[in-house]
Ligand binder design. Sequence first.
Ligand code: GLC
Length: 837
Amino acid sequence: MAKIDPEAKQKQSEEDNQRKKDVTYHHKPDAIADYTIDGQQINIRSENNIELQVAVHTDEIIQLKYVFEGDKPSNFSYAIDPEFNPKNPDFAIRETTNHIEIATDSLTCRVSRKDMKVSFWDSDGALLCKDKKPFFRKDTIMKGITKIKITKEAPEGTHYFGLGDKITENGLRGESFENWNTDSYAYELEEHRDPLYRSIPFYHALNSDGNAYGIFLDNTYRSHFDFDSNDNNTCTFSADGGCMNYYFIYGPEPTTVSERYAKLTGTPQMPPLWGLGYHQCRWSYYPEERVRKLADNFREKEIPCDALYLDIDYMDDYRVFTWNRDRFPDPKQMISDLKEQGFETIVMIDPGIKVDNDYEIYQQGLENDYFCKRPDGELMIGPVWPPKTVFPDYTHPEVREWWADLYKDLLTEKGVSGVWNDMNEPAVFEVKAKTFPNDIRHHFEGEQVSHKKAHNIYGMQMARASYEGIKKHKQGKRPFLLTRANFSGGQRYAALWTGDNIANWEHLRHALEQCVRLSISGYSFTGTDIGGFIEQPSAELFTRWLQLGVFHPLFRNHTMGYDAEGAEVIKEDQVEQKKLQSDADQEPWSFGEKHTRINRSVIELRYRLLHYLYTAFYQYIQHGTPILRPTAFAHPTDSNATTSRDTFLFGDKILVAPVIKKGARGRKTYLPSGQWYDYRTNELLKGGKTHKVDAPVSEIPFFVKAGTVLPLREVMQYTRERDPELLELNVYYGTQVSESYLYEDQGEGFTHNEGNYRLTTFHFESNPQENTVQLTANRNGSFVPEYQTVKINLIGLPFVPETITIDGQPVKMDQPAAEQSTYTFETEIGFSEITIS
Ligand code: GLC
């Protein structure tokens, strides 16, 4: 045995005593040492070797990335749309005593020589946004990078928007948020309120001079955003790992910022038209007789509906891609019969795979090594609906392909029309973290990373795999997919709903704000569980929520009711209360005769507005224009509009003022400048003012901008019930020149991509001095709608017309009732000019 030298031992122990649990390093850039130019990218290096890479993608989009020696920077991003087309514009580099400046035609990015602080300026020299502190990074020997952070100034008067569907009391300013996809059941409760189910690390700032810009942090780690919560005029964003990699997106209009962000991270395809109809869901409709009864009820009661959902209980013991044959003996027949009645069937698919040796999908995944593992190769197993579940690693392209093909039978054989992906945060029951531990391994397109980096995009990649599967197996049909978890860019694959909300008035208010903010965060195809998922709404609350839902692109009623098996296991604290409500239903007819009538007409209103919504969807896809917007976006310098949080814009032309207070039969509504028509009464209201408007429980106030041509569709029991015979156009008189659009196509399939669509541009012009109006229609595309007749309702005409001509021919019109000013006449579908004098 070797003898231990006591002196060496003493020395060793002294050294050991000096050692620490961990050592932390703080970094920030020193002065600029030099810079190089590499195509569109300027690499600015500090004396302590931190490189700021500034990439100029368009005149308005500049990317900033901070790279350290020893980093392994990758240009890969799940969020950026592979089809994003950088314009790679010319830019100038200017060196001044204190700065290096990179200038495009619209934007200047100024980097300080002293400490690499960055500021952005518009082409008129107005300051847009400025770093308050230099970039900061913290790393430790044991943990690696633990913080990357940017600190910006938040001047008084700057308003913040976006960041997905975060819940706030008074907007984003004054609050801080975290992005870490979380199964946040009942998210009203303080501890569940943030983080929520999805992460959209993108926000807008609107400065007091009306200039707007956006910041997108393209980093998938847990991230944090603070909008001056400490009241010291500071806005920060940071992540718990990875690279500081963000995009500065200039407007100057806030809507343009949304559009640019949506084009950077992508937009979806046109949805099938039925996807915008009314959808009925519940946890859970089973067995088959109950689903059939539900369908019959809709048709008997003549309440329009396009889709019915099957929640987890259709599966055989929560094995995804299987059927419980006791409950659904012949799913194919049932789905086909429902289809005959005009219902699309949408089924839930969760990510978790039951651990079960007799289950083929589990076997396949195991054999091919498709499931997520711990660092030492052990499977990640946790309880979700089945007590033991494994989870496919959707960050592996091969796993996504396998997953996509699992849909084949459901879509081609059983005839399912759409898919609903849930629990993909990924949710894990029983543990506090509600998800995987941080050290689970993921393929991440070959990068091999831990869950810290992959967590926030897990749901997005599941949605992507499902989307690919639906596209592949739905044979020429447009995919309809709904997901709960997601990340920036995930709008390319799926619609989303805001998760497990509660049937109370507070959540109705959240619903209003959440969908608007998602929409300006690139995510327009959204909705909430109408009526509330947890607990039961009163008749009044349900109707008010349904009315709001009319203006949400996803129009889906969903509730947990209480016949859901499995809920007892998971949500023990609520069992007793729920049992009492076991029979409570949340269908449009569940609240008595009077409300059935009201709810029917509310849903009919949605079907009336489908042309307009479909057109707004087209504009979203083409230009990234959000379907919903805060009122502030239309009037960024109007201080009343910037603080209006209880109204919103639906498309270009409609302002919605939902009733979100119990018992309210009217409300105050601020209408921004211009003139607005109350859709319900055709009353003309002046903008730039607050109005008191009536809102009986049967009505939701909404207002149409003067000069608008609003297309209205015939009410049908489901979108494809029959070809419409008529297109109605409400023409709202105004004194401003105005353009309106109508987009039409087959509502299904892809021929619109080959030109089989029709985009009509209506140009409205009036001459108030001479009492004349001219309306022209220009059409693009080869699609020919089935209807032959166009009915025109001319609203708000301030004079009695002597003649109306259509393409030069005088027309006969109905005489309006004495006190009205609406003139109605019909014409043929191809008219190009109407003159009124
Ligand atoms: C989750 C979903 C909810 C669904 C339930 C059962 O709570 O958010 O929508 O009904 O799981 O699948």
